[in-house]
Write a protein that binds this ligand. Structure first.
Ligand code: DLL
Length: 444
């Protein structure tokens, strides 16, 4: 597969990547791959075969791409129920790598890759880096965690496959990250956006001006972040912030990526076929309509995923991107259906609170949302750090700023919030995925 878009020297040639295929050719390729993967899953995954049987479906039921909509969904509990290896479609002798995602409760979910799957994944990440304007000769500092988490090794193989120079530094030890970024002349940093916020702060403490370094792009993902957060990071550092999306069940990072135009994320849909469904009814929605993203792996052999419900909410953008890629884009994932909390009957997403508070100049992107219950009434408390200049010991000034931030949030979520101003550097910092929401309601 690699040869498909590499030049005669084996180096990545973006122009020949499937990102630019004419739409009909792309659809033909998707249908051909879809048929093969449904056949493979049917032949080798008992759960899938049984569910197809119960619905009178067989691999021959796929005549066109829309036939995929007849097939049953796969959900996260299917992975938990068949823990650890029940959804594998090849024997262990063909599996060269396992990853796992810890999740919030109980057993992790386990995912597997054949040698070919790893190559496909590396190609997806290669195309991600290419979307961010990177190429061989660039130095990529990879601060995603190495280990069972897919971020570290996923980005690593992609960077090498691109022909770039990768610094496998993993997450943490922020002072060292900055020393290396400066001394090795990193052109790109890969990490979660919340960890990059920490890097920005530490750079200031160390007297390093990120704008003066060769760093030009950040490859940020693994957690939701708002456009407002991106603008803050770009303003502070002078780099471009690229949003990348993926999940372990499908491959890891490399499912979709922003290009330098930063207008939504291109889905590498020759490898990962997207559908948007109504989360309540399960019906497939048209492009442009907002709903839950469902993904089917078109090339994954060790653990094919057919119609995996991601719980991530987005919509497909069909307009052409100025970059010329023909693959479809999706809007950035600002929320998951299970991220939502309900306060006095109103549905609220953490990203709405982030967007509100970051519209206030004095507020910093370091915040925590604490839900409490008092006298049976639920309350949203937002603890937010403010700039040193805005942090005052005058009560009137504190109250005015609290009111201003509360107002900005309330105008988005239409529900009252209490804001507590925090001193700079007082809230916990994250090296991986940030934990922004603390629900203390059950403790009343
Ligand atoms: O987080 C894979 C990854 C690593 C993606 C590095 C990007 C960069 P999981 O740990 O399985 O895999 O978590 C997947 O994280 O379903 C989303 O809810 C969330 N997520 C990932 N990327 C984004 C993003 C990795 N760019 C879950 N924006 C997904 C919003 C994201 N949410």
């Amino acid at each position: 597969m690699q040869a498909l878009w590499n030049d005669s020297e084996g180096l990545f040639n973006p122009a020949s990547a499937p990102d630019f295929l004419p739409t009909q050719k792309l659809k033909d390729l998707q249908l051909q791959r879809l048929r093969a993967i449904i056949r493979h899953a049917y032949d080798h995954v008992k759960l899938f075969r049984e569910r197809c049987g119960a619905n009178n479906l067989s691999p021959d039921s796929v005549r066109e791409l829309s036939d995929l909509g007849k097939f049953p969904f796969t959900v996260k509990t299917d992975l938990r129920d068949t823990y650890p290896f029940g959804l594998f479609a090849t024997g262990m002798k063909d599996i060269v790598r396992l990853h796992a995602s810890s999740g919030t409760t109980g057993k992790p979910i386990v995912v597997a890759y054949t040698d070919e799957d790893i190559k496909v994944w590396a190609n997806a990440m290669e195309r991600t880096f290419s979307c961010a304007g990177l190429h061989s000769g660039d130095v990529i500092q990879n601060a995603y965690g190495y280990g069972l988490f897919t971020g570290g090794l996923g980005a690593h193989y992609g960077a090498e496959s691109l022909g770039a120079t990768v610094i496998p530094i993993s997450g943490g030890n922020t002072e060292r990250q900055l020393m290396i970024m400066k001394d090795f002349g990193s052109n790109a940093i890969c990490c979660t956006p919340s960890y990059f916020l920490h890097i920005i702060e530490q750079a200031k403490n160390m007297g390093i001006n990120l704008k003066e370094l060769p760093l030009r792009v950040g490859i940020f993902g693994a957690e939701p972040w708002t456009m407002e957060m991106g603008l803050y990071m770009e303003r502070e550092t002078g780099i471009k912030c690229i949003d990348i999306y993926g999940l372990s069940e499908i491959t890891g990072p490399g499912v979709a990526s922003m290009c330098l135009h930063q207008r939504g994320l291109h889905i590498f849909e020759d490898l990962f076929y997207p559908e948007i469904i109504d989360p309540e009814s399960g019906d497939v929605l048209d492009d442009g309509e907002e709903g839950e993203l469902v993904l089917t792996t078109l090339c994954k052999k060790a653990m094919p995923m057919i119609r995996y419900r991601t719980r991530d909410i987005t919509r497909i953008i069909t307009e052409k991107c100025p970059c010329g890629r023909t693959i479809r884009r999706m809007e950035r994932i600002s929320r998951r259906s299970d991220d939502m909390f309900i306060i006095r009957g109103v549905n609220v997403f953490p990203s709405q609170i982030e967007a509100g508070l970051l519209s206030v100049e004095e507020a910093l992107p370091h915040y925590q949302i604490v839900l409490t219950r008092s006298g049976g009434l639920d309350q949203i408390n937002v603890e937010v750090e403010v700039t040193p200049e805005a942090f005052s010991d005058k009560i009137a000034e504190v109250q005015a700023l609290q009111k201003k931030i509360a107002h900005a949030i309330e105008s988005i979520i239409q529900i009252r919030v209490t804001v507590k101003l925090m001193e700079p550097n007082s809230l916990p910092r994250s090296e991986g995925k940030a934990k922004r929401l603390i629900d203390k309601r059950a403790q009343e």
